[in-house]
Each structure stands twice: as structure tokens, then as C-alpha cells.
Design a protein around this ligand. Sequence first.
Ligand SMILES: NC(=O)c1ccc[n+]([C@@H]2O[C@H](COP(=O)([O-])OP(=O)(O)OC[C@H]3O[C@@H](n4cnc5c(N)ncnc54)[C@H](OP(=O)(O)O)[C@@H]3O)[C@@H](O)[C@H]2O)c1
Length: 288
Amino acid sequence: MNKPPRNDYFKDQICFVTGANSGIGFALSEELLKRGATVYLAGRDLKKVSDAAGRLPAFEDRVHPLQVDVTSRMQVRKAIEQTAAEEGRLDLLFNNAGILQMALFETTTPEEWNLIVDTNLWSVIYGTHAAVPIMLRQGSGHIVNTSSVGGIIPYPMQALYNTTKFAVTGFTESLRFEYAEKGLHFSTVCPGPVATPIYGKRLGKPDPLMKVPGDAIPPGTAAPFILDRVAERMGIIIVPEGFHDQLWRGYVHGDERTEEMLAAHAHNRRVALERGDPAAAAAAPMHR
Ligand SMILES: NC(=O)c1ccc[n+]([C@@H]2O[C@H](COP(=O)([O-])OP(=O)(O)OC[C@H]3O[C@@H](n4cnc5c(N)ncnc54)[C@H](OP(=O)(O)O)[C@@H]3O)[C@@H](O)[C@H]2O)c1
């Protein structure tokens, strides 16, 4: 596959970003605008997403806030089709919206499973399903789905989250090959810890106990790194670069030490969660 020059990959491109009012989605939107794109910022709360657009006054002409709840197939489809109709095309779709959950599996409920699967996985399928026919007609397009390092490494005590994110990785990687000869590109973004409001929430609801990990990088650092790799049409993009690389490779190859590390992590997380301390669980060491 030919790699395009990095600098003008986003210039004059029509981009649609979900979960754009906050965190990584906002940072990606701002960076896309800096690189010359037109950006449709989608958020579930119109006031929040309009306020976010208002924080980008330098790009007023190229910023379009939209209200879209990504758990609604109809809303996602309508917003993507209207964007393409308005602009005459859709070049890049960033399925970024998501929520986090860390919990002991036995305490999770079917309602929690439904909410996280709807928000983190069905949203990505809805967006992709709406965009692919448009991009096939154009003969070009790039879909960037946000997974997580939890979508390639099975960090214990976040089975809900990992289930959705492993699915996003598998879905996106499958489509990368399925559509390569049609001129469509797919990337999977796998962030490690990034300091965003996702940590102040549990399943999208405020939770002061969920603290930002100490090693988290700012979203403004993650976004340019991600877009540089999107411009290279990289498949799996891990940010920060190399985060838990040895752990990932050790896990894939069934390395004994990695198995021990993940088992120790599970033990330490269980101890912290049983005493009601998700922040300590998030930061739990990988040794006993
Ligand atoms: N931060 C990290 O360390 C990290 C690590 C790995 C992966 N990720 C992934 O990165 C993506 C972005 O997360 P973030 O860290 O930037 O968190 P964030 O700041 O909380 O952003 C998440 C965005 O998704 C939106 N959202 C949630 N449910 C939605 C719904 N039903 N409809 C529309 N929008 C919805 C949120 O809207 P509201 O503001 O209205 O809640 C928010 O705009 C997520 O997919 C997350 O899983 C993050």
C-alpha cells in the first residue's frame, strides 16, 4: 500500500468525530482543524459539543457541532449521511466515543453489559456501516476506530471494557484487509493511559474514585502522534509509542513471565476492588 505524504493528509478533508466534546476526541478534532480539515464534532449533549466548538474560534468556518448519541443506530446513520450530503463526501470517520468500566465480573449486571457494548461496540459498527457505502461510492475513505491497549492485552478486572475493545480491534483489522483493494483504509487506535475525563466516570457516570493514572499522557500529546500514524495508514496505532509492548508480545506468545504478571495484576486488582478502591485497582502492580 502506498504511503501518502504525512503533512497534507488531512488538508481540505471532511472528517466526522464522535465523542468530540472531550478528551481524545476533542484533541483529535483540534489537531485535524490545525492540519486543514473540516470537522463535524459529534457529541451526545448539544450544549457540551457546542461549547467545545466555541473553544476552537480560530477554525470557526470549518467546525460543525452535531448532537449524536452513538448508541442510536438511526442518529448515527442520519448524521453521517447528512454530513456526506452537505459536503458531497466523507473522507475520514473517527469512531471515538466510549466509556470505561473496571469491576469484578461477578458484580457486573446485564444492564451494564448492554450499556458498554452499545456505547463502545455497536456505535463503531453503526458508524462504519453508515460510512462504508459512502466511501465505496467515492472509491476512497479512512475509518479510524478507537480501541484501547485493553483491546489487545486482557488486563484483568475490566472484562466488560476489554470485550468491547477486543471486538473493535478485530472488527477494524478484518475490514482493513477486506476493503484494501477498494481504496478504503482502516486504523485501530489503542491508547494506553491518557489524562481525560473518562477516569472521573464509571460507565459514563461521575465517579470521583476513578482517578487518572500517574503515567497518563495529555490528550494534546496523543492526538498529533495518532494523526501522524493515521496519515501513514498504520493498522494498529499504540499511543504512547511502545506502551506495554513487551507485555503485549509476551501475552500473544504465551510467555510464562507475562502469564505470571497478569495473574499478579489480577490478584492485586481484586484485593483493591474488594476494599472498594478502583483507583488503587487501576494502579495495581504486576507483581505480588
Ligand atoms: N483516556 C484513556 O486513558 C483511554 C485509554 C484507552 C482507550 N480510550 C478510549 O478513547 C476514547 C475516548 O475516550 P477519552 O479518554 O477521551 O474519554 P472522554 O473524555 O470521557 O471522552 C469520551 C467521549 O465519548 C462521549 N460519549 C460517551 N457516551 C456517548 C454516547 N452514548 N453518545 C455520544 N457520545 C458519547 C463522551 O460524551 P460526554 O462528555 O457527554 O460523556 C465524551 O465526549 C474512548 O473510546 C475510550 O475508551 C481512552
